[in-house]
Ligand binder design. Structure first.
Ligand code: HEM
Length: 181
């Protein structure tokens, strides 16, 4: 994944636990890079190793870490660094989620080697929808949930999100039922 993802893991750890913990995490993950370049593509293994080492050093479960990382990604990376792109995604949570299938298409203009997730949305009623998440990567379900919580916080709305199925055939495919209030 692009270095911006690893930079964000570093940001989450350093802001909440300090640089010493980040140094320990890098050691445990066997990562020798001193720093990551945001627009350079790194092997996915590095990101997974950093996530695994973070859970061990910080004593968090993978679910807790990925959920926190999703919130951080929206509120600290999306909102603070790419505010215009986030605004273009919609002015409320429901519109933003309906526009999600096209979102990473715009991101690819900045990060052309992106291997993006895919999303599909089914409307069940007002503020009630099914979000489909597809990926060539495994194990990021709780990251997606954290992203949705972050979006709800960004729009100052309340979200209820429930994982209703998870399959891994050709691609990883999660279905989330979402209620916005
Ligand atoms: C301006 C804001 C955003 C930027 C700059 C951005 C950029 C990126 C980048 C660089 C990656 C790594 C993929 C790669 O390097 O191949 C990524 C992955 C990902 N993004 Fe975004 N993204 C943004 C917003 C969002 C939003 C709003 C969502 C959904 C709510 C989202 C969902 C994901 C997911 C789930 C992944 C993990 C990759 C996977 O599932 O295969 N992103 N994004």
């Amino acid at each position: 994944m692009y270095g911006i993802v690893n930079q964000a893991i570093q940001g989450l750890v350093e802001e909440n636990f300090g640089t010493e913990q980040w140094v320990k995490i890098k050691e445990k993950a066997n990562v020798s890079y001193e720093y990551f370049l945001n627009n350079e593509a790194y092997d996915d293994d590095i990101t997974y190793e950093l996530i695994g080492a973070s859970t061990e050093i910080l004593g968090w479960s993978a679910q807790e870490l990925l959920t926190a990382f999703g919130r951080y990604w929206i509120l600290k990376v999306g909102y603070e660094k790419y505010g215009d792109l986030m605004k273009a995604g919609g002015s409320n949570l429901e519109t933003f989620l309906f526009n999600l299938p096209n979102f990473h298409g715009r991101i690819m203009l900045i990060y052309p080697k992106l291997n993006p997730p895919e999303f599909k949305v089914e409307k069940l009623g007002d503020g009630h929808l099914i979000l489909h998440y597809y990926s060539s990567r495994e194990g990021l379900t709780h990251f997606v949930q954290g992203l949705c919580f972050g979006l709800a916080e960004m729009f100052k709305e309340t979200i209820n999100i429930e994982l209703i199925s998870s399959t891994n055939d050709i691609m990883w495919h999660d279905r989330f039922e979402i209620k916005i209030s």
